[in-house]
Design a protein around this ligand. Structure first.
Ligand code: ZN
Length: 183
């Protein structure tokens, strides 16, 4: 079955969720490391600068947070991993290992199924009022939370203050999350 083994696990094509998506071309077993998330490795500062003038309206970004120091920009030298859409009931997850990011199957995926993982895009104090609209989720899952942002709802003021006191970490910097361009 060497020919089967060598055939690709997935292909990129139009998705009903958003733009292009990545679809299984054969069964992918739970635990399979499907693809590495590749792109230009840059600092948060450079990432923010690179996209500060970019229009946020389509809520689309190829930035992935590795840790406090590194963001991967798949908009530059990125591979097919950048096309994997967000899903609220995902079949994949992102795994960070040695500051590299891999997309792995968290259950067995059938041929033809679209690959998805939870972007968990961080909220920030500077978010515009319509941020939930901009990052609205249309993944179609029964458990769809309606937004690619995490947490699902804007934290209440009291909770926000508490979180601020606990940590001085820059808001929105959550390893394993998709970053987004800020205005
Ligand atoms: Zn959803």
């Amino acid at each position: 079955m060497s020919a089967t083994r060598k055939s690709p696990l997935y292909k990129v094509r139009r998705s009903k969720i958003h733009g292009f998506g990545v679809f299984a071309t054969r069964a992918i077993r739970k635990g399979t490391r499907v693809i590495e998330y590749l792109g230009d490795r840059i600092s948060h500062k450079v990432a923010d600068q690179r996209y500060e003038d970019k229009d946020e309206d389509d809520g689309h970004t190829f930035l992935f947070i590795v840790d406090r120091g590194v963001v991967i920009d798949a908009g530059v030298d990125g591979n097919d991993a950048r096309f994997i859409n967000h899903g609220c009931d995902p079949n994949c997850e992102s795994v960070i290992e040695d500051r590299r990011v891999f997309i792995e199957a968290i259950r067995t995926i059938r041929p033809g199924e679209e690959l998805k993982y939870d972007y968990q895009i961080g909220r920030a104090d500077s978010d515009p009022a319509n941020v939930d609209e901009i990052y609205a989720c249309r993944c179609g899952a029964e458990a769809c939370r309606g937004t690619m942002l995490w947490p699902a709802r804007r934290p209440k003021k009291r909770a926000k203050k508490k979180a601020k006191a606990k940590s001085r970490a820059k808001s929105g910097v959550k390893p394993g999350a998709k970053k987004r361009a800020r205005r």
